[in-house]
Design a protein around this ligand. Structure first.
Ligand code: 0RA
Length: 648
């Protein structure tokens, strides 16, 4: 068998350690298998992995705070005040526990099963993966009045465990991990402060009382934030509803344990029409829901209907309140901690454990019933809201019937503005939603009409964040989009009927373009989330510059590319000057240019929209969709990068 480079370099390694190196080599060979990707997402995953270990220590009741530092060179330190990773020799492996944790795949908390109450199921690949994918990693352990140290390079041990000179504070305990992601592995090495801060804030809500701090030491963007939520999820709901008008001040809150399952729930109604329900299992966002969410939903519907019936609120009505009715305007966060979570679904974010459904349902039924008894004012507000939702549902059903009659298959009813493609297999077809008639015209001329359809949109579409379904369906521009896609809307949406498997949003690279894109995304996120979940929604990436000299021309998609092309053309011989054109709108490109730069599948880049973090997306939308125009403009300008990256 061939020897690895590491084996040859250090022939003293014993069999056990050769095994270890093989394991970590596998991680380096196929990083995507362990952290999903080697782009920005995977990079941030490294931090979550290390932080998860410290949080597990906090969940076990031994750590109270976690500090995260982004250093000027984009290396990361994570510090906790837990018991410290064990340093004694493992009885079987005969290496210190800390070395085992850092070098053996999945060794995370395995050497002391009982000390670990619950453990993250999704991340949970173990800190050894972070080690394998770091150019350098250093770990300090404070335990039993001593400080220990080890360091590694690309997963290989450099400094064996050693004891450092005693620091003055011999009572200090905990673990510090410093790492620098390997540029040989990652295509992106810059950490996004907001992304990390948002996740850490979320983790502080999910772990009541835990103090989490983040510090950015990078030049020009120095910043520190400390997150601590004494009220746990209650504070998260407060945060989520901050920009909304709430219907009752007090947040309904449950925090209990049943059958070994920890259940925490907080909710509050606002005057809006959307449902904002988030669920977590062992700190992981269960985007696809699962048994815990099913339990919550059926308990809500049942308890609120029971109360309404008893209080006489439904006496005259000839209907009961549906699940959707009782969740209109509801902001809720449910978090359960389960010993052996089974994750299912497309993205492994759906809880499968059947025992959790009954536990959540039982707890919510009981506690909510007595809460409503004790708080009749809140109860009446909730019921009033649900009854009015039920009435609107009836009106909406009528409006929906209208759109449904215009069958998508009936080409005669396709909107006149739509330039449809000639192929009919949805898997091959794409539709461009284009800002403005003039860009729409260029796109129609430039496209490949076999598989590319163009739908020009005039101006700004309706802000669906502030409208109920009947008003949404009454909007001309929106009806056009719905009919063109052909799969219905909201509860009637059926992805099987989608006429295109790619929906590409193409707006100008300016503030208004960003706004229109956000309105479109809000609409899709609220009315056809399945489309985003299926990965059908994309954002076109038109170039920002054309750099030309004589007959040579290049398109630059960012500043750095522009500079490179300018340099390249400037260095050549020839006397003509380099011409730089900045594209302010899509309309400035002729059909052929638009095709080459933005629409040709061979050469274009399109960003897939990914609602991985629904909370963040939603928050962003809320902030963008508020009533004040000025703050919204400012926000879009300040976050143009974020909005256009759309890793929301
Ligand atoms: C296993 C056992 C013990 C602590 C830990 C793991 C531990 C791991 C990490 C990772 C980051 N911070 C951590 N803190 C603790 C406890 C062993 C004992 O003291 O009995």
């Amino acid at each position: 068998m061939a020897k690895s480079a590491a084996e040859i370099a250090s022939p003293k390694y014993d069999a056990g350690q050769i095994q270890v190196l093989k394991g970590l080599e596998a991680v380096r060979k196929r990083p995507g298998m362990y952290i999903g990707s080697t782009s920005s997402r995977g990079l941030h995953h490294l931090v979550y992995e290390v932080v998860d270990n410290s949080i597990d220590e906090a969940l076990a009741g031994h750590a109270t705070k976690v500090d995260v530092i982004i250093h000027p060179d984009d290396s990361i330190t994570v510090i906790d005040d837990g018991r410290g990773i064990p340093v004694d020799l493992h009885p079987v492996e005969k290496i210190p526990g800390v070395e085992l944790a850092m070098t053996v795949l999945h060794a995370g908390g395995k050497f002391d099963k009982n000390s670990y109450k619950v453990s993250g199921g999704l991340h949970g690949v173990g800190v050894s993966v972070v080690n394998a994918l770091s150019e350098q990693l250093k770990v300090w352990v404070r335990r039993g009045g001593k400080e220990y140290y080890m360091d590694f390079e690309r997963g290989g041990t450099v400094t064996k465990l050693k004891t450092l000179p005693m620091k003055s504070d011999t009572k200090a305990r905990g673990t510090t991990v410093w790492f620098k992601p390997d540029p040989k592995i990652f295509t992106e090495l810059k950490f996004d402060y907001d992304l990390l801060a948002n996740r850490l804030r979320e983790l502080s809500y999910l772990n009541k009382g835990l103090t989490i701090s983040i510090k950015d030491e990078r030049e020009g963007q120095e910043k520190t934030e400390v997150f601590q939520a004494k009220g746990g999820l209650k504070e998260m709901v407060q945060f989520l509803n901050a920009k909304r008008k709430v219907l009752h001040q007090e947040i309904v809150y449950i925090d209990t344990e049943r059958d070994g399952i920890e259940i925490e729930l907080a909710f509050q109604y606002n005057d809006g029409y959307n449902e904002n329900v988030f669920s977590f299992v062992n700190n992981i966002n269960t985007h696809e829901g699962g048994t815990h969410l099913t339990g919550l939903k059926s308990a809500l519907t049942r308890t609120i209907n029971n109360y309404a019936a008893k209080s006489g609120a439904l006496k005259k009505a000839d209907f009961t309140l549906s699940g959707d009715d009782v969740r209109e305007g509801l902001t809720a966060v449910l978090s359960v901690k389960v010993r052996e979570p089974q994750f299912e679904g497309q993205t492994k974010t759906k809880l499968g454990n059947s025992e959790v459904e009954g536990a959540v349902k039982g707890v919510v039924n009981e506690q909510l019933a007595s809460y409503l008894e004790e708080h009749p004012r809140v109860a009446n507000t909730v019921i009033e809201k649900a009854v009015s939702a039920a009435r609107a549902r009836e009106a909406a059903r009528k409006a929906r019937d209208l759109t449904r009659k215009k069958s998508a298959l009936d080409v005669g009813n396709l909107p006149g503005k739509l330039a449809d493609c000639s192929l009919s297999d949805p898997a091959l077809c794409e539709i461009y939603l284009v800002e403005g008639d003039s860009a729409g015209g260029s796109a129609k001329q430039g496209r490949n009409r076999a598989f590319q359809a163009i739908l020009p949109l005039r101006g700004k579409i309706l802000n669906v964040e502030r409208a109920r379904i009947d008003k949404i369906l009454g909007n001309e521009e929106i009806r056009t989009i719905v009919t063109a896609i052909g799969a219905g809307i909201k509860d009637d949406f059926n992805i099987e009927n989608a006429r295109y498997h790619k929906l590409i949003l193409m707006t100008d690279a300016d503030v208004d373009g960003a706004h229109i894109r956000t309105l479109l995304l809000t609409f899709l996120y609220r009315q056809m989330p399945q489309l985003i979940e299926a990965g059908y929604v994309y954002i076109a990436q038109p170039p920002l510059y054309r750099v030309a000299k004589g007959k040579e021309e290049f398109y630059a998609y960012d500043e750095k590319e522009r500079e490179e092309y300018v340099k390249r053309l400037g260095n050549g011989e020839g006397k003509s000057t380099v011409n730089i054109q900045r594209y302010k709108g899509l309309g400035e490109m002729n059909p052929l240019q638009l095709w080459h730069t933005t629409m040709d599948p061979e050469t274009r880049t399109i960003l897939q929209v990914n609602v991985e973090d629904a909370i963040l997306a939603n928050e962003t939308f809320e902030r963008l969709m508020g009533d004040d125009v000025e703050p919204r403009r400012l926000f879009i300008e300040q976050n143009a990068k974020f909005v256009s990256n759309l890793d929301i």
